[in-house]
Every structure is written in C-alpha cells, then in structure tokens.
Design a protein around this ligand. Sequence first.
Ligand code: NAG
Ligand code: NAG
Ligand code: NAG
Length: 414
Amino acid sequence: MLLLAISLCLAACLSPCTLAATANGGKPLVTAITKDPATSLYTSPLKDSRPLVIDLSGPLIWSTCDRSHPTLQCHHHDCAHAHSYHPPGCPHTGYGKADEEDRFRCKCTARPYNPVAGRSATGDLTRTKLSANATDGTNPLYSVSFPAVASCAPASLLDRLPAGAVGVAGLASSRVALPAQVARTQNVADKFTLCLPRGGGDGVAVFGGGPLVLTGHPIDLTSTLTYTPLLRKRGSPAYYLSVKAIAVDEAQVQLPGDPLATGGVVLSTTAPYTALRPDVYRPVVDAFDKALKLQSNSKRVPAVAPFELCYDLRTLPGPTRIGWLVPDIILMLENGKNWTFTGLSSMVISQVGCFGFVEMKLEKGGYAGAPAVEIGGFQMEDHALQFDLEKQLLGFAMVPFFISCHNFNFTQSH
Ligand SMILES: *[C@@H]1O[C@H](CO)[C@@H](O)[C@H](O)[C@H]1NC(C)=O
Ligand SMILES: *[C@@H]1O[C@H](CO)[C@@H](O)[C@H](O)[C@H]1NC(C)=O
Ligand SMILES: *[C@@H]1O[C@H](CO)[C@@H](O)[C@H](O)[C@H]1NC(C)=O
C-alpha cells in the first residue's frame, strides 16, 4: 500500500501539478532580520513572533510542533516537493510511514536539516501558520498570517541555533521553501530581497518583489541592482553564481586548475564569513597581503582566529567613510559584471583589522563536492540582494555608505 501510494504520488507529481502564481493582486511581505551575536546567524520572527533561522540553502521550513498537529498524506504533491532534495549523508527512507490509527493511510515525513550542526532528523510534514507584514516597500502596512507547509522537528534539532529560535526558514529554490510559499499564498512574484544587518539593529527581508526603500535614501534599492545568473548544482537547492575569476584590485589571481568552474561559488547565510577552499584561499590571501604591502606600510600583527591576515590599524590606509582603503576583492562574473568587496565588506575590525575571508574546513570527502567559494554573511551584509527565482537572476548592490540595512522604517503606516 505504501509503495502504491508513493508511485501514485510520483505519477501525479511529475505531471505539471503546479499552481501558476500570477504576479498581481497581492502585496509583498516584509519581516525584520536580526543577527544573533552568539552564533552570527540571522533570524526573522515568522512563527508566532518567534524567530526562525534564515537559511539561503534550505529547501524546507521546519520548526518544533505541538503534539497534536495535522500531517499531510504521502500522495500530497507537497510531500513529493519536500523530498526533492535530500540532506547530505542521510539515507532515503521513502515518503512516509503508515498511520498508527489507520494502516491504509500513509503519513508524510520530511527530513529537516540543521545546517549549523550538520544534522538531520525525521518529522511529520504539517501545515502551520506564519506571519509577517504586508508592505509597500517603505513601511509595514498590516500584519498578515498565512498558511505554510512545514516539517516538524524534535527539539534536539535546534542544537547550535540561536537561543529562542524555534526552527529554520529555508529560502532555497524549492516549492516548499518560504519564498515559493509566500508567492503562492499571497499571489506575488517568486522573488525576495535581503538586506542583512551588520551587528545589532534589524535588517530587512521583502518577499514577493516590489521596491525596497530605506530611510535617508529615497530611492528604490531594487532599481540600482546589477544582475547575474543564478545557477543550480545537481542535487542541491542552493544558489550558485557563475564566477570566472577572482581579482585583487586590477590583478587577476592565478588559481591552479579551474576551481571556480568545477567547485562553484555558493551563497550561504549560515557561514559567518566567506570561506575559500584551500586551493583558492592561499593564492587570494597572498595576493591581498602583497597588494596591501605595495600600497601602504601596513604592519602585520598576530592572527586573530578565525582570520590569518591581521594588521595594526594605525598602519592601514584610512579609515574613511567608505571604509579602510585596502585592495578590493573582485568576483568577476560570467556576464562581464563585477561583484566588488571594498574594505567595508572585506575587513573585520576590532582592536586590529583582519582580512575577513577564511579557509574552508573540508569534510571527509575532501574537495569532492565542496564549493570553491562560499560567500558568507559578513560579506553580504549591507547589500541589497534580490533573488529573482522566476528569471533565475541575482541582483546585488551595496547599500550606499551613508545608510545601512538598519534603516528600514518598521513603523506601520496606514
Ligand atoms: C508588523 O509590523 C509591526 C510594526 O513593525 C510589528 O509590531 C508587528 O509585530 C509585525 N507583525 C508581524 C506579524 O510580524
Ligand atoms: C572587473 O574587474 C577587473 C579586475 O579589476 C577589471 O579589469 C575590469 O575592468 C572590471 N570590469 C568592470 C565591468 O568593471
Ligand atoms: C517612519 O514611518 C512613519 C509612518 O509612515 C513616519 O511617520 C515616520 O516619520 C517615519 N520615520 C522616519 C525616521 O522617517
């Protein structure tokens, strides 16, 4: 019976059983994004005002559940969507299990994954309610509660998430991730814009397209974006970019082999800093240090973990309103565009100034399957990043230096 239910579902779900969302009618939704100082993770108060961790690479929404909750049946199309991607290193166990009360019903289970702890669990696929505010792009307008398909998870899966967080909101390219579910329920475009905050104070996320305007800069940030294609890697719901080369100021860094093409460049909100695979890390770090030495009398000081290159602040050029005047790190993209990280995005400042790119820690598999570059939270902060899942494009722009992602006006306007 279980097998029959699964094969029925597969047949039903391979046919185009998609509800076409037309991008008119509804209003986009806005939510605050908070950076947790202890874990550097970003959360949004989406579940009864309680925070969910934002995970750009997550294909599901999951949280702890009440003991009594509805469970979707295995032949539901969202059950198939919940099984489109499989957490790394986790066995395939089918779509669900027989209901204890009714052996002819198959209850859908999903595989919620904790990207920080690198662990997954099994949980019922359920229906829950999430909430946010409708927005005109400048202010919240009114609270909106909307139904969402989510996986339950045991409380033990919250391990290493921020205190108070009750789960994870996956933002990846999957039919049961948050952006697609907002698009379907609100009748808005399948795109979202993130403005991740640096340090304390709220940043902002807008789901469903539309403008994004910050106080102190009366210009729609989404009209200032540079676009590059979003790529998909087989078996992964994460967002990859096509990067042709990395340059430090004007000079392209020579990398052995073609790591950017083979490993790819992925965006991650659960990596605090951009991580470079060892074969990419060493040439980039050496090129940065060399370029900085040519431009200044910068003096290295002992490393401050997790960083290697740290400098005496009195010897670094700057600071200016546009940050420390260190060499730019440039991702040279497929379509001739550049994503440039200036001192504001490359230098982590405390008592000393450290180059904020870290060496990737590889799993047992070594380079196999590891991305060449994982662009992390710090480097994405104070940027407007628009993920357009209809056109498969990433739009990016640095927020102008005189404002920041803290500048969204969260006072409701009527
Ligand atoms: C909507 O916005 C108001 C004002 O910022 C806030 O107090 C409220 O919690 C928001 N509602 C939801 C559901 O997030
Ligand atoms: C991109 O960066 C490279 C390296 O600095 C530079 O040579 C090139 O002119 C830049 N392209 C654009 C379009 O700015
Ligand atoms: C924020 O928005 C409210 C409502 O539109 C407005 O009254 C207030 O002046 C705005 N605050 C700032 C600092 O612009």
